[in-house]
Design a protein around this ligand. Structure first.
Ligand code: COA
Length: 379
């Protein structure tokens, strides 16, 4: 009895610092987030997503020449193998696109047995391989599900442009591309969140990078994590009209529902990524001539602040932004994957550079030690 009184269980590891990192810093007190020392707001203003990927892996922003070289390598790796393309044709049509990208990344691991020895000199190559091929896998799955043929990547298009080309066969306006790029920058990295920590736990066993990213994707799928961006759009559709937002919220709170896209373990007075994404959502709504989702979102946000004093997180504006870009709702979290691959792999590399296997303890609350009775003496 005395022993169990001394045990402090940190449920959800809240407040526990498990390691150090130089990849990103979440600063809830000043509502800021930096990647390698640069604020995400400035990165969104001045950079394309490719530059941010380079920064996360190489710790510095690329020069023009370095970016050119980096993009050349990325573009050369975009095509998936005929074997993976063939396997994707046999995936169940009803499978969630998150399961599809999880399996696709796992398949890439099987295609790269040189990753099994986890040699640090190959880490960046494997990270780039996943980064380059993830959009091709997501887009192919998106098309196959509709009975359409996948579209091959184009090497003369940027990362975001190429993704739209592979999904829809055309590249949208600069505003849409910019909004998409910004969402990818904002989603790229965020400290020891659930999926990144999962990837680091996996990395700490010294297994290969493909396995760690596969695990990260599994964690990201959950509605309390990346899956929230899909749930946000479902909620906005459920509400249907701006005038119905308040009544909807009252009912949902009375039923003790968690309101998706609100709240955060670290940010308690607002998510640093929301204002930047909100600006994109506003521009998109105007460009598409469809203000309804923004208006419902604004009503819901105001009501949630009033009733619970809980702020929206980044999934709140990205949900409707992806909707306006024309993506089906269940593709939103795979889009998040395309971005977060950069953060997961940067953490994988960091974990490997200073590794100790992650192995916490638990408080046992089960039966006391007891005797096994032979089967004929059991009740
Ligand atoms: N809707 C309703 N109530 C919420 C809420 C939400 N979205 N987020 C937090 N709360 C409530 C909690 O239920 C808790 O209430 P209680 O004290 O009566 O139990 C209180 O606010 C404090 O919660 P907190 O400790 O801050 O949350 P957490 O750290 O355990 O969980 C999340 C953080 C993100 C998992 C949680 O806010 C959530 O489930 N949000 C919705 C899913 C989402 O948007 N996820 C994406 C995160 S980027």
């Amino acid at each position: 009895m005395a022993e169990s009184l001394q045990v402090v269980v940190r449920k959800g590891l809240e407040g526990v610092i498990v390691d150090s990192t130089s990849v990103s810093k979440v600063m809830p007190d000043i509502n800021s987030l930096t990647y390698r020392g640069y604020t995400v707001q400035e990165l969104c203003e001045h950079c394309r997503f490719e530059e941010v990927a380079y920064l996360l892996w190489n710790k510095e922003l690329p020069s023009k020449a370095q970016l050119q070289e980096f993009e050349k390598s990325e573009r050369a790796l975009r095509a998936i193998s005929p074997e993976l393309a063939q396997a994707m044709r046999s995936f169940p049509k009803k499978a969630h696109p998150m399961d599809l990208i999880r399996t696709g990344i796992s398949f890439l691991g099987m295609e790269n047995p040189d990753s099994y020895d986890n040699d640090p000199k190959d880490h960046l190559n494997h990270a780039l391989n996943m980064f380059a091929k993830a959009p091709t896998i997501v887009a192919a799955g998106f098309r196959l599900r509709q009975g359409l043929e996948p579209i091959a990547p184009k090497a003369d298009l940027g990362y975001s442009e190429n993704f739209f080309h592979m999904c829809f066969g055309e590249v949208p306006s600069k505003d849409v591309i910019r909004a998409f790029d910004v969402s990818l920058i904002l989603y790229a990295e965020h400290g020891f969140n659930a999926s990144t920590f999962s990837a680091r736990v996996i990395a700490s066993t010294l297994t290969d990078m493909y396995g760690a990213v596969t695990g990260g994707i599994a964690a990201l799928k959950g509605p309390l994590h990346g899956g929230a961006n899909e749930q946000v759009m479902l909620v906005l559709k459920e509400i249907g009209e701006p005038s119905k937002a308040r009544a909807w919220l009252d009912k949902a709170l009375a039923e003790k529902r968690k309101i998706m896209g609100f709240g955060h373990r670290v940010y308690k007075s607002g998510d640093s990524r929301v204002p930047t994404m909100n600006q994109c959502l506003e521009k998109l709504s105007v460009a598409k001539g469809d203000m309804k989702w923004l208006q419902i979102a604004k009503e819901l946000e105001a009501a949630m602040l009033e009733k619970k004093n809980i702020h929206p997180n980044v999934d709140f504006p990205t949900g409707p932004a992806y909707y306006l870009m024309g993506f089906p709702i269940d593709l939103y979290t795979p889009l998040f994957v395309m971005s977060r691959i950069t953060g997961w792999t940067a953490h994988f590399i960091e974990q490997n550079l200073s590794n100790r296997i992650i192995r916490p303890l638990s408080e046992y609350t089960g039966e006391k030690v007891r005797q096994v009775l032979p089967i004929d003496r059991r009740a």
